[in-house]
Ligand binder design. Structure first.
Ligand code: TXA
Ligand code: MG
Length: 307
């Protein structure tokens, strides 16, 4: 059900959960001030309670209510990338941030999204916690229809059209005098060079990942993805505009190799389409660069294939 800004704000004030557009992916929003509404997010998504949520605000000053230590480089990162697809993990005052939102951690991730509707809604309703608006484990939602596929046609969605970036925010944390990327996203490690003077280390693996979400299966359609070309024909191939796959039974293009931005924008829609068309198995052409935004595309395809 498509709703207006006013309706979204009213539902949030009543402790309901609504889907909200951002420039990365749609979020499932609840008021940060309402622990019962935060619980609803976890049960609606089927999300493990030890996977914390990102706190979204419309102004940087609002974060000062929750955090008092801002590591070196924080201001430069915030000024360069906010509003935008960067989430920054900070140590918070546990009295000020409900424990269930941060899954009991002493930290919380913060982001100012670059979307007019999300900003207007936060100006009306205050800080919002927003995980991606998909069932846990599924590809994120980048269109209102995706939210409705996962949560039903009656679910309230603030329709902001298709998300412009299409991949989630990049998450960073400050450790041992350096910033590190703990979830790859719409910003690549290279994007930080001019601001920090170095490319942050990408620290996404490890037995106890710094980003709890890394532990879980993610972004995965029902369709089995095989990340290599098939030895023979008659297969569905996910590939690129400029390549020919003469023996394929069907080719689904991710887009042009010239535009990883465009591929990012469409990736989850394509993964979701495999399921809406009941395609059981697809092979993916993984012969593409692995730097810049491609590194995130590579990581998402690996996770989608359950690797
Ligand atoms: O682009 C985005 O970030 C989207 C939109 C809606 O803003 N949101 C999003 O949220 O992707 P979600 O819940 O799907 O992913 C949040 C990730 C999870 O992997 C979680 O573990 C991590 O952020 N996270 C949240 N708080 C954290 C913290 N304090 N320390 C480390 N990781 C944290
Ligand atoms: Mg998610």
């Amino acid at each position: 059900m498509r709703i207006s800004l006013q309706e979204a704000s009213k539902l949030l004030s009543r402790g309901e959960v609504v889907a909200v557009p951002t420039e990365t992916v749609y979020g499932l929003a609840a008021s940060l001030r309402n622990p019962a509404a935060i619980d609803k997010i976890f049960s609606l998504k089927g999300r493990p309670s030890n996977n914390p949520l990102i706190i979204h605000v419309s102004h940087k000053q609002q974060i000062e209510e929750f955090a008092s230590f801002f590591p070196p480089g924080f201001n430069a990162l915030a000024e360069t990338f906010w509003p935008g697809p960067l989430s920054i993990v900070l140590t918070v005052d546990p009295e000020k941030v409900p424990s269930r939102a941060r899954a009991g951690l002493p930290t919380a991730a913060f982001r100012i999204p670059n979307h007019r509707d999300a900003m207007d809604l936060m100006d009306m309703s205050g800080p919002l916690v927003m995980p991606s608006a998909n069932l846990s484990g599924k590809p994120s939602a980048t269109k209102p229809e995706h939210v409705e596929t996962d949560f039903g046609r009656d679910f309230p969605v603030l329709d902001g059209g298709p998300c412009q970036r299409g991949l989630e925010s990049t998450i960073v944390i400050y450790r041992e005098e350096r910033w590190e990327i703990i979830r790859l996203g719409s910003l690549s490690a290279e994007d930080f060079f001019d601001v920090l003077g170095y490319c942050p280390r990408v620290n996404i693996h490890g037995a106890v990942p710094l980003c709890p979400g890394q532990l879980y299966r993610h972004y995965a359609p029902q369709c089995t993805l095989i990340l290599r070309m098939p030895p023979d024909g008659s297969k569905v191939i996910i590939g690129f505009d400029e390549r020919k796959y003469p023996e394929a039974f069907r080719v689904i293009s991710l887009g042009s190799l010239d535009s990883p931005e465009n591929i990012a924008e469409n990736l989850y829609d394509i993964l979701r389409r495999l399921d809406s068309e009941n395609i059981p198995i697809a092979h993916v052409d993984m012969d593409f660069p692995k730097t810049g935004l491609w590194a995130t595309i590579f990581e998402r395809l690996n996770k989608a294939a359950n690797i």
